[in-house]
Design a protein around this ligand. Structure first.
Ligand code: IFG
Length: 541
């Protein structure tokens, strides 16, 4: 009887580990006890893993120079941070928290005034190169020291994500694993290609609460994404408390697509989400969709309707039928109150007003409304973002257009607007992978993992070149996505590739190489217990 696949894989893993460990300790001073107080010999892991390598990081770093040997993380490893710097101390604590479950080590975060001795981790801005920009970093690993240096704290935070991926995959397990915890030696110098690396969660069609949103943010941070677009209102649901218009959540927040349970964020809960995101160097971008996609508001207040009659709640999936009453004064008091309250609880500079799929207004009516909305957003100190339909209006210099499916993004770019690239046929995570995918839609086509990876934001759209592209964003619309497990299934692994498109250089980026790195990445998704789609296009290990 032949070996079954599982047994074969186990034997293969053990051989790989054995060879890797022998190589590691033979060709470099792994200094297994550097900095350790105990002199206990290193016991090989009972769960053999691939030999440590710097070549499987996602997003792919800007430059990687491997070196012989590795740094052994032990319970005695200290995380040294500049004394008195609260922000970097918090980053050090974050690292300690992320390493604790799988190692069982309670690593100490130690205020330092300079580089520590052997066997430690050093996180600092000292010597940070301005050329690394706000989000770049260098990570230098020798058998004696891990030095993470950046010009700004966000760079240190992104460097931590790389360090996590340099440790063996079991580092992501929620329970203590045998180790050893070897970080391969070498130098990584890294910084992002685009400043806008985003994901959007539609909490209007189906509502996802604070805990799910925090879990989503944790995964975004792991892949160095930095913009979280929250689609807070639509025909089927209004999900953010507006104190001056309480029915928006009392009535507009009561249901969802298919009559599923509703829900909403109080302003305190929204503030909690924003704080959580900010601590992970993610900027929250709230969206109140207008003048279309507004049935939830029109169901909440009769006076917002031109005929003075409140609309019934919408639990279907049709789009384009609703619009605010753009000829009524009350509409502009409404949007002023909403934008004012939302701007006041949003520390980020952006406020998204949607503007998509308005089939019941003339062009002039639409343009005049969006122009007023743009002035209102500007009045409250925010930069307006709109889906590409807003490209028709006279855009303020700082207004951003989000390309999804039409010709107007190119028109906006010609007027000098910056563009966020969210081509539906590549980035819409609610689209099925294949016809066999349970949840999801397919109006933009089936989007397998290879298809979501194999494109470039600078060449995707005629008339929109690299200099006009702020970056990329992957929206997850939730008409058909009812559980957080389904969110994970539709998001992973496609969001991982989109994070690489936003971060890594275009040169040399190609599917045939990425698919192997993604395959090696699989055990890290398993360790984080993510319900991801194991695409047959990827040779998962
Ligand atoms: N288009 C709509 C979304 C959602 C989507 C589902 C945009 C900008 C189709 N608008 O995408 O509200 O219904 O795939």
């Amino acid at each position: 009887m032949g070996l079954n696949v599982q047994t074969f894989r186990k034997i293969r893993q053990s051989l790989i580990f054995l060879i890797g460990t022998l190589l590691l300790f033979s060709c470099g001073n792994a200094n297994p006890n550097a900095g350790a107080t105990s002199t206990a010999p290193v016991t090989p892991s009972a769960t053999p893993e691939a030999p440590p390598t710097m070549n499987n990081i996602i997003p792919k770093p800007h430059s990687v120079q491997p070196a012989p040997g590795g740094f052994l993380l032990t319970a005695a490893t200290g995380i040294h941070v500049p004394s008195g710097n609260e922000e970097i101390t918090a980053i050090g604590r974050y690292l300690a928290e992320k390493l604790q479950p799988a190692t069982g080590f309670n690593l100490e975060v130690i205020p330092a005034s300079g580089a520590p001795g052997a066997g430690n981790i050093y996180i600092t801005l000292e010597g940070g190169d301005p050329a690394l920009g706000e989000e770049g970093y260098t990570l230098a690993v020798t058998p004696d020291l891990i030095a993470l240096v950046a010009y700004m704290p966000a760079g240190l935070f992104h460097g931590i994500q790389t360090l996590r991926q340099l440790l063996p995959a079991p580092i992501e397990q929620p329970t203590v694993q045998p180790g050893p915890w070897v970080v391969p030696a070498g130098v990584i110098r890294d910084q992002p290609r685009f400043t806008w690396r985003g994901a959007m969660l539609d909490v209007a069609r189906h509502f996802f609460g604070v805990a799910d949103v925090k879990a989503f943010l944790d995964e975004m941070a792991y892949y160095k994404l930095n913009r979280f677009h929250l689609h807070l209102s639509d025909d089927q649901g209004w999900r953010i408390e507006i104190k001056s218009w309480p029915n928006l959540t009392a009535i507009g927040g009561a249901t969802s697509v298919g009559g599923d349970p509703g829900g909403f964020f109080t302003q305190e809960q929204y503030a909690e989400i924003v704080a959580y995101a900010e601590s992970r160097y993610v900027t929250v971008v709230p969206e109140i969709d207008m003048p279309g996609h507004t049935n939830a508001a029109l169901a909440s207040y009769a006076e917002l309707n031109c005929d003075g009659v409140a609309r019934p709640p919408h639990t279907g999936m049709e789009v384009g039928f609703s619009t605010l009453c753009v000829g009524a004064d009350i509409t502009y008091k409404f949007i002023d109150d909403v934008i004012r309250e939302l701007a006041a609880i949003t520390p980020g500079p952006y406020l998204h007003i949607g503007g998509d799929e308005v089939q019941t207004l003339g062009t002039d009516e639409y343009n005049a409304f969006v122009q007023k909305a743009q002035s209102t957003v500007h009045k409250y100190g925010k930069r307006m973002i709109g889906w590409d339909e807003v490209g028709r209006i006279d855009l303020l210099p700082l207004t951003i257009v989000q390309y999804w499916n039409g010709p107007l993004a190119a028109e906006a770019a010609r007027k000098g607007a910056k563009v966020i690239m969210s081509p539906a046929s590549r980035t819409y995570l609610d689209q099925k992978y294949t016809p066999a995918t349970e949840p999801g839609l397919y109006w933009a086509g089936y989007i397998e993992v290879q298809e979501s990876y194999s494109w470039d934001p600078a060449t995707q759209l005629e008339g929109v070149s690299e200099g006009q592209v702020l970056g990329v964003e992957a929206p997850l619309w939730t008409e058909t996505i009812r559980t957080f497990s389904d969110v994970q299934y539709m998001v992973f692994p496609r969001l991982i590739g989109l994070a690489e498109i936003g971060w890594s250089t275009a040169a040399g980026r190609e599917w045939s190489e990425y698919r192997l790195r993604l395959a090696e990445h699989g055990p890290r998704l398993d360790a984080r217990n993510l319900n991801y789609y194991r695409s047959p296009q990827v040779p998962w290990v």
